[in-house]
Design a protein around this ligand. Structure first.
Ligand SMILES: *Cc1c(COP(=O)(O)O)cnc(C)c1O
Length: 371
């Protein structure tokens, strides 16, 4: 059997968790949390990284930081995970979906400007498969209309756009360390706060609306209720696990990249024969081998290929059901323009198994496609 995903452990996770037990501090914001946040700040050059219990939590924090009020509009792709939209809907915001580009499958930056209304507050680029959106264009539009940019970089840890870490380019970025991502802690995430004016409020929102972080640093002599907020921080055992992974982030990325490259080379001639289309990585993007997908001609062709894989006990998976077609999407969001690329890609995309250690069995996956 070849599963779609398999977790990779660096070997340090348990000993770091044990250390956190010995220190006797299991709630959040202890030593491992600080190490993980410092690592992220160093790696991304973001001035403020705060780990959270999920990327969903980071996106919810972003919606609070953006002061989303009922009726405010947030431009985003429909081809994304539910949390991208839900985080804003929870605050009364209305997601406005625009179509994706056929090459990178990222939100089409050329469609954003026409979707802006007086109620628009935020643009949310989602870096699909860890491949950066066209951030220069998006940041220029945001500046022109005075909008906030929240990068959903859930899949983009260790990726860059023009040399800058995904998540560090917009006003806010959100990472995921869910076990299906590259760097994991089971459930887990981080918010990168790149705009100075949002940093102290981010700490408060994450700590139940209190200034406990300032209290811990000795900046105030008691902590009190300052703002709305929730409990968005993970405990120290999770932070310890995460730090063990972050220390090996380069190695994990390189090993995934080797698997990605093997697929890419093996499938080149199938692309030339017109059987499938491989991922397209723009020159300015360095990706992180989060995902290897292929695009087929039709839903029928994909269904047939999945059947052939299942016969060999290999388990590729399709991906997002467009949010605008989902029950909650119809209720809480609206579309701007046709979403034909979104719908076509959703029907025709297949994600191949990709995990560290797949190397020795990868040929079995490739063989199903070659025969
Ligand atoms: C995985 C993912 C999320 C959610 O991450 P969690 O850590 O599970 O909350 C959000 N957005 C995108 C694009 C994702 O891929």
């Amino acid at each position: 059997m070849i599963p779609f995903n398999k977790i990779y452990l660096t070997g340090k996770e348990l000993s770091y968790i044990q250390t956190s037990h010995e220190i006797g501090n299991l709630s959040g914001d202890g030593g491992f949390t600080h190490k993980a946040c410092a690592w992220l700040e160093d790696k991304t050059t973001s001035k403020k990284a705060l780990i959270t219990h999920s990327c969903t939590a980071a996106l919810e924090m972003a919606a609070i930081l953006a002061d989303i009020a009922p009726g405010d509009e947030i431009i985003m792709p429909s081809y994304t995970f539910v949390s991208t939209a839900n985080a804003f809907v929870l605050r009364g915001g209305i997601p406005v979906f625009v179509d994706i580009r056929p090459d990178t499958l990222n939100m089409d930056e050329k469609l954003i400007e026409a979707a802006i209304t007086p109620r628009t507050k935020v643009i949310v680029p989602v870096h699909y498969a860890g491949v950066g959106c066209e951030m220069d264009t998006i940041m220029t539009i945001a500046k022109k209309y005075n909008l906030l940019v929240v990068e959903d970089a859930a899949q983009g840890v260790m990726s860059t756009y023009k040399g800058r870490a995904l998540g560090s380019i917009g006003d806010i970025g959100a990472y995921s360390f869910h076990e299906t991502k590259n760097i994991i802690s089971g459930e887990g995430g981080a918010i990168l706060v790149n705009q100075e004016s949002l940093m102290s409020r981010a700490e408060i929102i994450r700590e139940k609306g209190t200034n406990r972080s300032q209290f811990y640093r000795g900046q105030v002599d008691k902590y009190t209720w300052q703002d709305i907020g929730s409990s968005y921080l993970p405990g120290e055992d999770i932070a310890a696990f995460l730090f063990a992974q972050l220390e090996h982030a380069e190695e994990i990325t390189q090993r995934r990249m080797a698997v990605w490259n093997t697929y890419h080379q093996a499938l080149e001639h199938l692309e030339q024969k017109g059987v499938l289309r491989r991922p397209i990585i723009p020159q300015e993007c360095q990706h992180n081998a989060h995902m290897y997908y292929i695009l087929l001609e039709s839903l029928a062709q994909r269904t047939e290929l999945i059947k052939r894989f299942k016969k060999q006990d290999i388990h590729p998976t399709f991906h997002y059901i467009p949010l605008h077609n989902a029950p909650a999407g119809k209720k809480y969001a609206r579309t701007h323009g046709e979403l034909s690329n979104t719908e076509h890609i959703s029907d025709c995309l297949l994600r191949l198994p990709l995990w560290v250690g797949l190397e020795s069995r990868q040929q079995e996956v490739i063989d199903v496609m070659l025969t």
